[in-house]
Ligand binder design. Structure first.
Ligand code: NAD
Length: 472
């Protein structure tokens, strides 16, 4: 059994002062694989102090020094890619192919930001003014449990590229992944305090970060519920806040699309990351008169979908991350049935042949109305709702009838028609005839899916303040 009781503060792994113990459980076996003692408010204060000291010199660095630091981080994280992959499978249950992708993505974040810095202009002239983009200051980077190494590295790359020292707080539900990621980042050998990392709860460590007068910026990824708490807490010290929040994405399949190709793609975006993805396309909107065909294709696809051991390269759907997640999905499946949706695949309980682990059946409902809970709320598991429309206009209005607006998907044989629909969707991003994002494109949500953008130039600018020097 692995045990952790350390935080990474001021360039060193130091014992935490907290007393709360959490257990890490392998979701495929339900075995406890590690215990960790969580950091507390005192540890958070120490981390903020270390970041504040580092900020003085980091804020003065030029592009070339930051590029060099980003390259060091890229190399160090790449050297630990196999460890990151293995722990993402072991603690989180990600299928091997997904975990492999995460482990590469983590190091690529640093490479991309280094490339952006090469050409980014931190100073421009506008009228009589010299307009500078300066580091916003010490930044808190808060991550969710469904994306640990990726979120940490993406936020850290942007913060550091902008010249901001940081305190990173991953979810208390991912101690092993946090530990492995911290070791990888430490191996880069950056100056002490440039980034600090602690595993702690939201109610003390998270709250300290959200309220401290010495933290200038919060970059948060997580639920809309927590995002609101953070935004309220942060306003007292007027922190800059970026929020990447909950999603309930719609996938629109137009009648001219090749359904035999597109329906499997729609299932893939619904069930990505075991369905535990903010951008999962969990509302599938299809033409009403083609519903039977879609149901047939969905059933055929799911009949052979490999569900099981996440270490197996063939597995598409692994276990959910925790017992709480398993129970949550069961509740939503029951609610779908109670509210009158038609179950066309999956349902309650574990898939056949799997007797332990937090495995759920990939589940699809048809005849879903947009006012049902399964169409309105983020389920965060492999549960797809199929809704139907008559016209393109109806598809758009159903997709937009949500308090969320993170990402949408449109599939059509006619690129122009798909573009026209995409223009009218209230979402921070729309993927047209593709299932993967472009990591250089701004990423974030409309409505209650967030405030601000990550990735690429937008991600960098989220950690910059604009300063105008006007001379007479
Ligand atoms: P969560 O909101 O419960 O927790 C996220 C983080 O916030 C954790 O580190 C947690 O400890 C911390 N936290 C909790 N209370 C806090 C407080 N009062 N102050 C400061 N920090 C606090 O979310 P989760 O369950 O870990 O993650 C799943 C959610 O994240 C889903 O809703 C998903 O859609 C969303 N998500 C969004 C994106 C995006 O980019 N939009 C990406 C991944 C996940």
């Amino acid at each position: 059994m692995r045990q952790f009781n350390q935080a990474y503060i001021d360039g060193r792994f130091v014992p935490v002062h907290g007393e709360t113990v959490v257990h890490s459980v392998n979701p495929a076996t339900e075995q406890v694989i590690a215990t960790a003692i969580l950091a507390n408010r005192d540890d958070a204060k120490a981390a903020i102090n270390a970041a504040s000291r580092a900020q003085r010199s980091l804020g003065q660095t030029g592009k070339s020094e930051r590029i060099e630091m980003l390259r060091q981080l890229q190399a160090a994280v790449l050297a630990h890619a196999d460890d990151i992959r293995d722990v993402t499978i072991e603690e989180y249950g990600a299928p091997a192919s997904r975990a492999q992708w995460v482990s590469q993505y983590a190091s690529q974040c640093f490479a991309r930001t280094a490339d952006i810095l090469q050409t980014y202009d931190f100073t421009r002239r506008l009228g009589d003014a010299v307009v500078q983009q300066v580091p916003v200051g010490v930044s808190a980077l808060i991550a969710p449990w469904n994306s640990v190494a990726g979120t940490i590295c993406n936020k850290l790359a942007s913060a550091l590229g902008a010249g901001c020292a940081s305190v990173i707080k991953p979810s208390e539900l991912s101690p092993l992944q946090t530990q492995v990621t911290a070791r990888a980042l430490h191996a880069a050998g950056l100056p002490d305090g440039c980034f600090n990392l602690l595993l702690g709860r939201g109610e003390d460590v998270g709250d300290e970060l959200s309220t401290s007068v010495d933290v200038a910026k919060i970059s948060f990824t997580g639920s809309t519920r927590t995002g609101k708490l953070i935004a309220r807490a942060a306003v007292e010290t007027m922190k800059r806040v970026s929020l990447g929040l909950t999603g309930k994405s719609a996938t629109i399949v137009l009648d001219d699309a090749d359904f035999s190709v597109v329906v499997p793609q729609a299932l893939a975006v619904a069930f990505m990351n075991n369905g535990q993805a903010c951008i999962a396309g969990t509302r599938l909107l299809v033409p009403r008169r083609r519903l039977e065909e879609v149901v047939r294709l969905v059933r055929a696809q799911l009949a052979t979908l490999p569900v099981g051991d996440p270490r197996d390269a063939a597995t598409v759907l692994g276990p959910l991350a925790s017992r709480e997640q398993y129970e949550r999905i069961q509740r939503y499946i029951r609610r779908g049935l109670e509210q009158g949706a038609t179950l066309i695949a999956g349902g309650e309980g574990r898939p056949e042949g799997l007797h332990r682990g937090y495995f759920v059946k990939p589940t699809v409902f048809a005849h879903v109305r947009n006012d049902m809970d399964i169409a309105r709320e983020e389920i965060f598991g492999p549960v797809l709702s199929i809704l139907t429309f008559e016209t393109d206009a109806e598809a758009v209005s159903m997709a937009n009838d949500s308090i969320y607006g993170l990402q949408a998907y449109v599939f059509s044989a006619d690129a122009h028609r798909a573009q026209q629909i995409a223009q009218r969707l209230e979402a921070g991003g729309v993927l047209i005839n593709r299932t993967t994002i472009d990591p250089c494109a701004p990423f974030g949500g409309f409505k209650q899916s967030g405030i601000g953008r990550e990735n690429g130039v937008s991600g960098l600018e989220a950690f910059l303040e604009t300063k105008a020097l006007v001379t007479g």
